[in-house]
Write a protein of this length. Structure first.
Length: 404
């Protein structure tokens, strides 16, 4: 009865793992787990640091790109305005010539006849044409009533400008007209008043001026890369009228609503921004510029460049950082694999030695190559094996003594 009760109270033996001296598969090994853990840490930390570095560098590069385009606009505007100033100053050299004033006054007073006046005045104008500026194609003088009284080209002598807007404005102040393309060159009218010392209007100087160098200032590719364009325009009603046609375009004017940055430049504003321009994402810098300084109509200048091209350094940086992160991940995995193998090798050696001891070979010892925790484990294992060997020898001695 008691025996049966004792047997009933005996708990079942829990199932234990069968011992084997075979190393675990690579996919279940500590080597793989340690490698993946370190790789995950490297990827996570590298990704966070790389992203922070990219964001910081991106903002700095963006600011530098915007600043560089602003400098391009500022430099070109300075060259543009200097060219315009030079042409007006050259015209002023003609309109302020005392000898020309005296000739006109003598002609108006009837002191010299028309032929003598034209002969002497043409000589002065020709000297100006070939001496002061080769960009002066033709020069002629119109009296206050609008009649041409002298010219370097006789074709102008039969013309009248009484109702011409350019002539009427030229009676008040010097100005440059809008350019037009002629035989591959860009020409425009330059007009300037000729006033006597007393302030009386003697006439208006009109010049057929080659402004191709002005076009070259705007089309210079330095700082604009491949897709960049530099535009100058003024407002005419609800449109903006370009000084020169934009690249790859045949239009001279567009609604001002389509070019809000030009509207800002015409309102004496400066800056840079990213926007849609004719369906493309572009980076634009804008500022006011003087083309007709004495007129109230403002002029503006904008420089635009494809956003993809402008931000190409940022795209390149992103690719480089991504490659660095991938390389860092593989480097971390390789280093982790080597380090993990260095630690798992002694553990596998211990498992092999333990298996030999379990089979009765108590002379097995593991080599100790370090003084860290793994080395301590190996030393403890060797000490255990020595104790087991000593205990077995003592037990064998006792058995021999009892059976002797």
């Amino acid at each position: 009865m008691c025996a049966s009760t004792d047997r009933a109270q005996v708990a079942p033996v829990a199932k234990q793992h069968t011992f084997t001296n075979e190393p675990p598969s690579f996919w279940r090994s500590l080597l793989l787990k340690n490698t993946l853990f370190v790789a995950a840490v490297v990827v996570l930390s590298g990704g966070i640091l790389g992203h922070l570095a990219y964001v910081l560098a991106r903002d700095i590069i963006h600011d530098n790109i915007h600043l560089r385009l602003q400098l391009v606009v500022t430099d070109r505007a300075a060259l543009f305005e200097e060219y315009v100033k030079q042409q007006l100053e050259r015209a002023a050299l003609v309109t302020n010539r005392t000898s020309l004033h005296e000739l006109i006054q003598e002609f108006n007073g009837g002191e010299i006849d028309l032929n003598s006046f034209r002969e002497q005045s043409q000589r002065i104008l020709e000297d100006t044409k070939f001496g002061s500026s080769s960009s002066f194609r033709d020069l002629w003088i119109v009296n206050p009533q609008g009649t041409v009284i002298t010219a370097t080209n006789d074709d102008y002598l039969s013309k009248t400008y009484a109702g011409d807007p350019g002539f009427l404005e030229g009676k008040e102040h010097p100005r440059l007209d809008l350019p037009q393309e002629v035989d591959g060159r860009y020409l425009t009218y330059l007009v300037a008043p000729m006033n006597s010392e007393g302030g009386n209007l003697l006439g208006v100087l009109m010049v057929w001026l080659d402004v191709t160098p002005l076009k070259e200032i705007l089309t210079n590719r330095v700082g604009l890369q491949k897709t960049g364009d530099l535009l100058v325009a003024t407002q005419q009603g609800d449109h903006v009228r370009y000084l020169f046609q934009p690249r790859d375009s045949e239009v001279w004017s567009v609604p001002i609503s389509e070019v809000p940055v030009m509207a800002k430049a015409l309102q004496d504003e400066s800056g840079s921004e990213v926007l849609n321009y004719s369906g493309d994402r572009v980076l634009v810098s804008y500022r006011p510029v003087d083309y007709q300084p004495d007129l109230e109509a403002p002029w503006g200048m904008i420089a635009k460049i494809s956003l993809e091209e402008a931000y190409a350094p940022v795209t390149y940086l992103r690719k480089v950082l991504l490659l660095l992160q991938v390389g860092l991940m593989f480097f971390g995995m390789a280093v982790s694999f080597l380090v993990a193998r260095r630690f798992t090798r002694p553990v596998l050696g211990l498992a092999t030695s333990a298996s030999k001891i379990a089979k009765g070979n108590l002379d097995v010892r593991v080599p100790i190559s370090s003084s860290d925790e793994v080395g301590m484990l190996g030393a403890a294992f060797n000490h255990m094996a020595e104790e087991l060997s000593a205990s077995r020898e003592e037990l064998e001695d006792r058995i021999e003594q009892r059976t002797a």
